[in-house]
Design a protein around this ligand. Structure first.
Ligand SMILES: Cc1cc2nc3c(=O)[nH]c(=O)nc-3n(C[C@H](O)[C@H](O)[C@H](O)COP(=O)(O)OP(=O)(O)OC[C@H]3O[C@@H](n4cnc5c(N)ncnc54)[C@H](O)[C@@H]3O)c2cc1C
Ligand code: FES
Ligand code: FES
Length: 481
C-alpha cells in the first residue's frame, strides 16, 4: 500500500545551470535519471512507486526553456511554459483556438499553474489535453541531445502509452506551431467526469476552408487508443467536400470505427465510440464557423517576456546533492525567514507541517487531486504535496496561517467564510481559502463562474460550494459588505 504522505524513494538531485549542462548530466546517468519540470506527473509516479530514478534533474530554473514567442511564420513555445501561461498567450488565444481551449479544459487551476506543456507531451499519456490540439495544429517538436538537434512531428513523437520518441539523453527543447493559413479554424472539446479530471474522450480539429469546401483537415482524438491519434479515414472523407452537418456526422461514424478505445476507470469503450461520433460533428462545426469568421489578428504577437509564467525564480542553483545528504534552503514563510536543511526527497508539505509546525496546510490525497495542501508560492497556487522542498529555495510561501493580519485579526475573506457558514469540515477549508485569496488578488471582481472555475481543483465531499461561492463573492470590490 503506497503512502502518499511522503516520498519514500531517495534520489540524487541536480539543477543544471544551462541547457548544455542538462544534456550532459542526463547523458551521465544513461537512462537512470528523470527530468523534473512542474512535477505534477513525475512526483505523483514516484510517490506511487511507479518510477524510482537514481537522479532527479530539475530543469525548472532554465528560463531559456520557458515562454511563447512569435515569429513571422510560427510561434515557438518553450517546454517549461505552464498550461496557464500558454492559455494566456495572446497569439494562442487569437490564432490557435484549439490549443487555448485544451489549456482551459486542463485539470485544476493549481495543475494548470504547475504543469508544463513539455511535461504534458513527454508524459506520453493518451489522455493528455494539449497533445490532440498540438497534433491537429501540426506542431513540430525540437529535441536536443548529445548528438545535436532534430525535429519530429507530434504524431511521430508518440510511441505508446507513456512512451515517446525521446532518445536516451534527449530532452524537449521547443515546440513550433505554424501561424494559420487564411481560412483556417480550429477547435477542441473534452468530455470528462468532472471539470478537473482527465478526459474520457477529447477531440481537436484544425481545418482550412475555401468557400463551402474543406481543403485541409487534421482531426485528432485523445483517450481512445494507446496514443493520441489522428482519424485519417475521417479526414479523407472531409477533404475537398462541401461542408454540411451530414458530412460531419459521416466523418464521426468513420472516426468511431478508426479508434481503439478500452474500458477503464473513467469510461467504457462503447461510450467512447458513441461519444466520438457526436464530438466529431461538434468540433468540426465549431472550427468550420471559426474558419469563416477569422480575421487576421494583428497585434497578437507575443513578446517572450509578455507571457512568461511566474514559475521560474531567480534563485541559487543547487548543482548536486546526494540522496542522503541535506542541503540548506532559505524560505520566507508568512513573512518569517527560515533556514532549513532538507533532503532531496522532502516535500514542501511536510516541511511546513512537521518542521515549521504550520499544520493549517493539510494533507488530503497526496497526489494532486484534492487541493487541501494548496499554498501560495511567490503568489502562485502550488500543491505542496507535489513540490520538493529543495526546489523552492529562496521563495516566499504564504499559508493559511499567514492570512491573519499582524494585529491578529482574520483576513476579510476568513471573516466572510464565517459569516456565510462557508467553513465546513476544516480539512479542505485552508486550501479553498488560499485559492480564493489568489483569485481575488488576480481578479477583484470575479463572477460566480470565475469562482467555481478557480476552485474546481478543491474537493469538498461534505456539503457543497454554494456558501463558499457566496463568501468569496461578498469580498469582491463591487459587492463588498
Ligand atoms: C490531479 C491531476 C490532474 C491532472 N489533470 C490533467 C488534465 O486534465 N489534462 C492533462 O493532459 N493532464 C493532466 N494531468 C497530468 C499532468 O498535470 C500533465 O501531464 C502536466 O502537463 C505535466 O507537466 P509537468 O511539468 O508537471 O511534468 P513533470 O511531472 O515534471 O514531467 C512529466 C514527464 O515528462 C518528462 N519531461 C518533462 N519536461 C521534459 C522535457 N523538456 N524534456 C524531456 N522530458 C521532459 C519528465 O521526465 C516526466 O517523465 C493531471 C495531473 C494531476 C496530478
Ligand atoms: S494533498 Fe495535495 S492535492 Fe491533495
Ligand atoms: S469542506 Fe471538507 S469535505 Fe467539505
Amino acid at each position: 500500500m503506497t503512502n502518499s504522505h511522503i516520498l519514500v524513494h531517495e534520489f540524487e538531485y541536480r539543477e543544471p545551470a544551462s541547457l548544455d549542462e542538462a544534456i550532459s548530466v542526463l547523458s551521465e546517468y544513461g537512462g537512470r535519471a528523470k527530468i523534473l519540470a512542474g512535477g505534477t506527473n513525475l512526483i505523483t509516479w514516484m510517490k506511487m512507486e511507479q518510477v524510482a530514478p537514481e537522479c532527479v534533474i530539475n530543469i525548472g530554473k532554465l528560463s531559456e526553456l520557458e515562454g511563447v514567442s512569435s515569429q513571422d511564420d510560427q510561434i515557438t513555445v518553450g517546454p517549461l511554459t505552464t498550461i496557464k501561461s500558454l492559455l494566456n498567450a495572446p497569439s494562442v488565444q487569437a490564432e490557435h483556438t484549439a490549443l487555448a481551449e485544451a489549456c482551459a479544459a486542463f485539470g485544476s487551476t493549481q495543475i494548470q499553474m504547475m504543469g508544463t506543456v513539455g511535461g504534458n507531451l513527454c508524459n506520453g499519456s493518451p489522455a493528455s489535453d494539449t497533445v490532440p490540439a498540438l497534433m491537429a495544429l501540426d506542431a513540430q517538436l525540437v529535441l536536443v541531445g548529445p548528438d545535436g538537434e532534430r525535429a519530429l512531428p507530434v504524431e511521430e513523437f508518440l510511441v505508446g502509452p507513456g512512451q515517446t520518441g525521446l532518445r536516451r539523453g534527449e530532452l524537449l527543447r521547443s515546440i513550433l506551431v505554424s501561424r494559420p493559413r487564411p481560412g483556417s479554424g480550429s477547435a477542441f472539446i473534452k468530455i470528462s467526469r468532472v471539470a478537473a479530471d482527465l478526459a474520457k474522450v477529447n477531440a481537436a480539429v484544425a481545418l482550412v476552408r475555401e468557400g463551402d469546401h474543406i481543403v485541409d483537415c487534421h482531426l485528432t482524438f485523445g483517450s481512445v487508443g494507446p496514443t493520441v491519434l489522428r482519424a485519417r479515414k475521417a479526414e479523407t472523407l472531409l477533404i475537398d467536400q462541401p461542408f454540411s452537418a451530414e458530412l460531419a456526422l459521416e466523418a464521426g461514424q468513420a472516426a468511431s470505427e478508426e479508434i481503439s478505445p478500452i474500458d477503464d476507470v473513467r469510461s467504457t469503450a462503447w461510450y467512447r465510440r458513441e461519444v466520438v461520433k457526436a464530438l466529431t460533428h461538434d468540433v468540426l462545426q465549431v472550427a468550420w464557423e471559426r474558419a469563416g469568421d477569422r480575421k487576421k489578428e494583428e497585434g497578437s504577437r507575443d513578446q517572450r517576456s509578455g507571457i512568461k509564467g511566474p514559475s521560474i525564480q531567480a534563485s541559487r542553483i543547487v548543482d548536486y546533492v546526494s540522496r542522503s545528504a541535506e542541503r540548506e534552503i532559505e524560505l520566507t514563510v508568512n513573512g518569517v525567514p527560515h533556514r532549513l536543511k532538507v533532503k532531496p526527497n522532502e516535500l514542501l508539505l511536510n516541511v511546513l507541517r512537521e518542521r515549521l509546525s504550520l499544520t493549517g496546510t493539510k494533507y488530503g490525497c497526496g497526489i494532486g487531486e484534492c487541493g487541501a495542501c494548496t499554498v501560495l508560492l511567490d503568489g502562485r497556487p502550488t500543491l505542496a504535496c507535489l513540490t520538493l522542498a529543495i526546489t523552492v529555495d529562496s521563495s516566499n510561501v504564504l499559508t493559511v496561517e499567514g492570512l491573519e493580519g499582524p494585529d491578529g485579526r482574520l483576513d476579510r475573506l476568513q471573516e466572510a467564510f464565517i459569516e456565510h457558514a462557508a467553513f465546513q469540515c476544516g480539512y479542505c477549508t485552508p486550501g479553498i481559502l488560499m485559492m480564493s485569496k489568489h483569485l481575488l488578488n488576480e481578479n477583484p471582481t470575479p463572477t460566480e463562474n470565475d469562482i467555481r472555475d478557480h476552485l474546481k481543483g478543491n474537493r469538498c465531499r461534505c456539503t457543497g460550494f454554494a456558501s463558499i461561492v457566496r463568501a468569496v463573492k461578498s469580498c469582491t470590490t463591487t459587492d463588498n459588505r
